[in-house]
Ligand binder design. Structure first.
Ligand SMILES: Cc1cc2nc3c(=O)[nH]c(=O)nc-3n(C[C@H](O)[C@H](O)[C@H](O)COP(=O)(O)OP(=O)(O)OC[C@H]3O[C@@H](n4cnc5c(N)ncnc54)[C@H](O)[C@@H]3O)c2cc1C
Length: 578
């Protein structure tokens, strides 16, 4: 997962994120059950709402089936968060694995999907692995259709993939839970677009390849059309209503409507209701959760609403604008630790960003507080020099407004406390514990012992391949750095220089985007309150309750699912077998 180069237009859109953030009341979204005959402005087979991975995959698939499609996007530029992403796409049992003779067996793979996404329910000997039949069918549909979707896109000439390799060792990326015993194929499921990805523009390439393919086949892409309602005849969704610069546009959809409208990371009302404490997201500003009220008033039931593709964000950057440029994905540095308000380490700092961010939400039952709500990434001059430029460590420390510095750990602690005091109106007065400096000194000294020994008995940092390989990818040594290569037995750990100086960032919980919303079935049909499909209404990607729930299976875990369920939705809507 990497970021594409930021085009000016996209920067402008991000800036507008704060303005776009708002509540449902301001969005004016609902459903219409028409009594009088409707005057349609356009008529087509399938309307696809959005222009990211999910909506484009649905549109391409439907056109491939010979259907007429109209793509409707509310922003002035197409691509959504997909267009900003690295475009890495996680597909189990994919054609490249098969070509290399690697068996990604269904039974094994489903165990990995179920074990990671549903750890409470997972029961290996149950026919549904302990999941509800609905949840089981969703992960099964992902396994059954992901690889077929990749082949289908290539056959249509709409989107070609190659294996995602970690350039520095020319090896396949380890999954985000590579060490779970249920994961029998821990490398090789991550793919990337075969063109454009090496320039870190993978997501842009992925979205624009599909857009160009659609445009070349005469599929209209209506920009600045914000869908506000679905229109029903009886139980069936037969079209949508959109707002185009204040003008109402109605589109009839003979075969159905597929929503791929992204999550709700930039809707502060929904965030406040369902996942308070998310301070920022690197999703594009279009992620305002429009599908939630639209689907709810169409009779949909909600699935999991409290889940997200999680990442930490730099608190002060997010307080300026919750639409941040990047998350603190893979924390760079070897002489680096993360501590809470008590100066204690919280987890393996090299664990994947999604799981690491969950530590912010741990509740202390005795103290009745969230001790990890804000966390402090602490590092020394070595990490600053060697890994500067790997976000959030700046290449030039003068350019970083949010980095806190101190000649000693005591001075750093005092400076963090002063910074928190300045932010107190926006952080509900969050403070460090009074003896933070002493506790931090103890923690650093303990960690330094672990680094010299090459073993982290508290959190197993650096034990698994994920930690080592992803650190290497995200923490390349800065050109011009004078730091020696890490000579310690475990390359993810190096003692912090006890003579200082020391540096810190305040980290807060954030998201790439949320991934909860209306519930779907294995055909990507949106379900009603009784669990029955609403005819003509489909959803895929971050706008619906994710089949993966809170699990990030591997690099590309979000786009793989979005493309696959967009593909499934279009096949079902056009009457093909799924
Ligand atoms: C920096 C970064 C890097 C990432 N890298 C990766 C990666 O490499 N691999 C990976 O799997 N994931 C990655 N992600 C996450 C990934 O980008 C998203 O999870 C995924 O692209 C979402 O796809 P989607 O189709 O569901 O939604 P989006 O791509 O967000 O598309 C939704 C579209 O719907 C439009 N829309 C919303 N409401 C309406 C409405 N009412 N009417 C009309 N249009 C509407 C939006 O404007 C938007 O264009 C990354 C994210 C970021 C921020």
């Amino acid at each position: 997962m990497t970021s594409s180069p930021k085009l000016q237009a996209r920067r402008d859109l991000l800036k507008r994120g704060a303005a776009a953030a708002g509540g449902l009341a301001t969005l004016g979204l609902s459903t219409t059950v028409q009594a009088a005959p409707i005057k349609w402005d356009h008529e087509t087979d399938l309307v696809c709402v959005g222009s990211g991975a999910a909506a484009c995959a649905a549109a391409v698939t439907a056109v491939g089936q010979g259907a007429k499609v109209i793509l409707v996007e509310k922003m002035p530029l197409p691509g959504g968060t997909t267009g900003k992403s690295g475009g890495v796409t996680w597909i189990p049992n994919n054609p490249f694995l098969k070509a290399r003779g690697i068996q990604d067996e269904k039974a094994d793979c489903l165990r990995y999907l179920a074990r990671y996404a549903f750890p409470r329910e997972y029961t290996p000997n149950s026919p549904t692995l302990g999941l509800t039949p609905g949840d089981y069918k969703l992960i099964e549909a992902f396994y059954d259709n992901g690889s077929v979707m990749v082949e289908h896109m290539a056959k249509l000439g709409a989107l070609n993939f190659r294996e995602f390799k970690m350039w520095f060792v020319d090896t396949y990326a380890p999954d985000y839970a590579d060490h779970l015993p249920e994961n029998k194929v821990p490398r090789g499921r991550a793919l990337e677009p075969s063109v454009g990805a090496s320039s870190a523009g993978g997501g842009k390439s992925l979205a624009s390849q599909m857009e160009q393919w659609l445009t070349a086949r005469g599929t209209p892409i209506l920009l600045e059309h914000r869908v506000t309602r679905v229109i029903k005849e009886g139980e069936r969704v037969v079209g949508i209503e959109a707002d185009h610069n204040g003008k109402r546009v109605r589109i009839k959809a003979r075969k159905g409507v597929v929503f791929g409208t992204g999550g709700y990371a930039h809707n502060t009302e929904l965030i406040g209701q369902h996942q308070p404490g998310i301070y920022g997201a690197c999703a594009m500003p279009g992620s305002t959760g429009d599908f939630i009220p639209i689907a709810a008033t169409a009779g949909a039931r909600m699935g999991a609403l409290g889940t997200a593709w999680r990442t930490q964000v730099v608190l002060e950057e997010a307080l300026e604008n919750r639409a941040v440029g990047l998350g603190a994905f893979v924390l760079p540095g070897d002489s680096m630790i993360v501590v809470n308000k008590y100066g204690q380490r919280i987890c393996n700092e090299k664990i994947n960003y999604n799981d690491r961010t969950n530590t912010h939400f741990v509740f202390d039952t005795q103290r009745k507080e969230y001790p990890n709500q804000f966390q402090f990434m602490i590092f020394d001059g070595r990490s600053l020099d060697a890994f500067g430029g790997a976000f959030p460590i700046p290449a030039d420390k003068r350019a970083s407004r949010f980095m806190i510095e101190g000649a000693t750990l005591a001075e750093l602690s005092a400076n963090i406390a002063t910074r928190l005091e300045k932010l107190k109106d926006k952080t509900a007065g969050f403070t460090l514990t009074p003896n933070f400096a002493e506790r931090l000194a103890e923690t650093v000294s303990r960690f330094n012992g672990y680094a010299r020994a090459g073993k982290d008995p508290e959190f197993d940092r650096g034990v698994h391949d994920y930690d080592k390989d992803w650190q290497a990818l995200f923490s390349p040594v800065r050109k011009g750095s004078t730091q020696p290569a890490n000579p310690m037995p475990n390359v993810t750990m190096h003692p912090l220089d006890e003579n200082g100086p020391f540096y810190a960032f305040i980290l807060a919980p954030g998201a790439l985007d949320t991934n909860g919303g209306p519930a779907i079935n294995e055909k990507a049909q949106v379900l009603d309150g009784a669990g029955k499909p609403i005819p003509g209404l489909y959803g895929a990607g971050n706008c619906v309750a994710s089949p993966a729930r809170g699990a990030y299976y591997g690099a590309g875990g979000t786009i793989g699912i979005a493309l696959t369920f967009g593909y499934i939705a279009a096949l079902h809507a056009t009457g093909a077998r799924v």
